[in-house]
Design a protein around this ligand. Structure first.
Ligand code: ZN
Length: 108
């Protein structure tokens, strides 16, 4: 008897592992569509390396969440944040030093 679920979406197509790792941040943030979530969940359930990465991320987030309640040097927090979210790279700096000049378009 062969009880093979055979998912309609092949979780190992393309560079499934790379894709999964890339999407895992969005996956954990719940920013993915139902369909995408299912593909990743399926992949994670069948791919140990990716699953362990996910577990690591979950744990890391937990640690950071705990740590952030205490006083953590901003520098360290940023480094951890970057580890977690590689897309956090473009941190917007709100503080602009110096007065802003509103120049009317000076035609040249
Ligand atoms: Zn994988």
């Amino acid at each position: 008897m062969s009880s093979d679920p055979a998912p309609s979406v092949n979780p190992f197509e393309f560079n499934a592992c790379e894709e999964t790792i890339h999407e895992i941040y969005h996956f954990l943030d719940g920013e993915l569509t139902e369909e995408k979530r299912r593909v990743i969940e399926t992949h994670l359930s069948q791919c140990q390396p990716c699953d362990s990465v996910k577990r690591f991320e979950v744990e890391l987030r937990q640690v950071v969440a705990d740590r952030c309640r205490e006083e953590v040097p901003k520098d360290l927090r940023e480094r951890i944040a970057r580890l977690i979210n590689h897309e956090l790279d473009n941190a917007s700096s709100a503080d602009g030093a110096g007065p802003r000049r509103e120049g009317n378009a000076s035609a040249h």
